[in-house]
Design a protein around this ligand. Structure first.
Ligand code: ADP
Length: 504
């Protein structure tokens, strides 16, 4: 385990700047590759494809014109739109007679061909398929040879398309000649541009990644420094990051964690003070009384022994509360479920308080609408009831009343414990369930407690997935309640009060 932690720690990770740079550089390379493919590698192929498809479209449209007798009007606009030379022949006995023509290129090879090799070849091909297209090299002029060095790549080629159609009982042949331009120079220019663009993008991605990483990393570095201060117990740290929303959220979460840690720290300090106080008081009493009983004859009385017994019980309950809480906070704890009567459990609890009722004059009443059976961990639920009733007894008002009520509704049974004491201020209500929390300066210190009881209650109820809560009004008292799913509600309602007997 430690080894794994060490390994993870020692593994060298790339910096944010390097990560960002890799991402930007990768993205730039991808864009350049796409540009390169389309603008350099496949440019000629794409150009040829577009050209051939244009010629087919042109031939089809011209055929429609011939059939509708509008060819003389349409031929020039088509010739201009597709940048091609066009000749339309009427065929008689294999010989073509020009009926319309438009020539806009100087190097046209279908100009005035009405017989001969090219005418015969194109007519033959078109007659078979209806449409044919041929690529024909244009011989270089002397001047061109000097200019280009005579290489074939720089050499223009003609694409000739032929289409046959019929109109008015005659056969027609449409010949279209469109020169394809050599793209070698264009491709070379684009390649040069791409090299410059690539270099520029690379430099831009380095600068951008450095700027961005600095913007992101600076607040993170500051947070790391603050976090190490926090780890050393400085709770006044401030995790500030306004540059981006995720950083702000992280900062807020860390600030919250710091404030919670600080609260916990002061609670723990307070707990240690409280526990030391709570331990010292009974210990002083026990040792004091024991010495008196040992040294002073006649002090070995039952009352003095009782003081020692009571103080020992207080010590023992403090220690068991601490143990209980640490056990409950162990996540592996699961409730030991069984079906039992919650009503009977409360009645048993109420009986145990009879001694207190008789001795100190408390009135503990219990109202139940039926005998409710629940499925829960009986020992733990008993602990919850004890804690709530003990608190109610400790904090109830001068009338010394505690009301326990059980109601069943919507498949749930709710148990509430109400007292008539000082109540709890609204702003403190959420905190009373926290470990070690005590509503200080409000309840008299005479009501000694460990501040662990409600935390134990909360842990047990959360473990059961139960709903629970408290309503309280300052000056009128508090009601603590919890509900459990009802298994059965079967006996008639019970109502019982344990109260001190009136003197006869
Ligand atoms: P304690 O052992 O101090 O009673 P608890 O965890 O049981 O610890 O309760 C936490 C705090 O909640 C108490 O210190 C007290 O201030 C307040 N509290 C609990 N129950 C009541 C109650 N019934 N009436 C008023 N305040 C209460």
């Amino acid at each position: 385990m430690t080894d794994t932690v060490k390994k993870t720690k020692n593994k060298k990770r790339p910096t944010l700047a390097l990560r960002l740079f890799t991402c930007f550089a990768g993205f730039t390379a991808f864009i350049i590759l796409i540009l390169w493919l389309f603008q350099a590698v496949f440019l000629n192929a794409i150009y040829q494809r577009v050209k051939l498809s244009d010629m087919k479209k042109c031939a089809d449209s011209l055929a429609v014109s011939v059939e509708s007798g509008k060819i003389s009007d349409d031929i020039v606009p088509f010739s201009e739109r597709y940048n091609a030379c066009i000749t339309v022949f009427r065929i008689t006995d294999g010989v073509g007679e020009t009926v319309a023509k438009s020539h806009i290129q100087t190097a046209c090879i279908i100009h005035n061909v009405s017989g001969g090799e090219l005418f015969g070849k194109m007519y033959g091909l078109a007659k078979e398929e209806g449409y044919a297209v041929e690529r024909i090299d244009i011989p270089l002029s002397k001047n061109d040879k000097v200019m280009t060095g005579g290489t074939r790549a720089d050499h223009p080629t003609a694409v000739v398309a032929a289409r046959t159609t019929a109109a008015g009982g005659c056969e027609y042949l449409i010949l279209i000649d469109s020169e394809t331009l050599p793209l070698v120079a264009t491709t070379r220019t684009l390649k040069y541009q791409l090299i410059v663009i690539s270099a520029f993008l690379l430099v831009a991605s380095v600068i951008l990644s450095l700027v961005l990483s600095d913007r992101i990393a600076r607040p993170l570095r500051k947070m790391t420094e603050e976090a190490s201060l926090l780890a050393r117990g400085r709770y006044d740290v401030n995790f500030d990051c306004d540059s981006f929303s995720e950083g702000k959220e992280l900062g807020d979460a860390l600030n919250y964690a710091a404030s919670e840690l600080s609260k916990l720290d002061s609670m723990q300090k307070e707990l240690i003070a409280n526990i030391s106080h709570d331990l010292r008081t009974p210990l002083t009493m026990i040792s004091g009384y024991s010495e008196v009983m040992r040294d002073i004859p006649g002090e070995m009385t039952a009352e003095n022994m009782q003081v020692i017994i009571d103080e020992t019980a207080r010590l023992s309950s403090l220690v068991s509360d601490l143990l209980e809480l640490s056990k409950l906070q162990n996540a592996s704890q699961t409730p030991n479920l069984s079906d039992f009567s919650l009503t009977d459990t409360v009645l048993e609890t109420q009986n145990r308080y009879e001694h207190l009722v008789k001795k100190d004059g408390y009135r503990i009443s219990f109202e139940a609408d039926c005998n409710a059976t629940v499925r829960a961990d009986k020992t733990r639920i008993l602990q919850v009831i004890y804690n709530l009733v003990n608190n109610a007894i400790s904090y109830t008002g001068s009338d010394k009343r505690v009301i326990i009520a059980q109601t069943v509704s919507n498949g749930k049974v709710t148990l509430s414990v109400t007292d008539t004491g000082d109540g709890i201020p609204k702003e403190q209500l959420p905190m009373i369930w926290e470990r070690y929390y005590k509503v200080n300066d409000f309840h008299k210190r005479a009501k000694v407690g460990t501040g662990l009881g409600l935390s134990i209650v909360k842990n047990i109820l959360v473990m059961h997935g139960a709903d629970f809560g408290v309503t309280s009004e300052v000056g009128s008292g508090s009601t603590f309640w919890f509900s459990l799913p009802l298994v059965r509600a079967d006996a008639p309602s019970r109502e019982r009060e344990v109260a001190p007997k009136e003197p006869e």
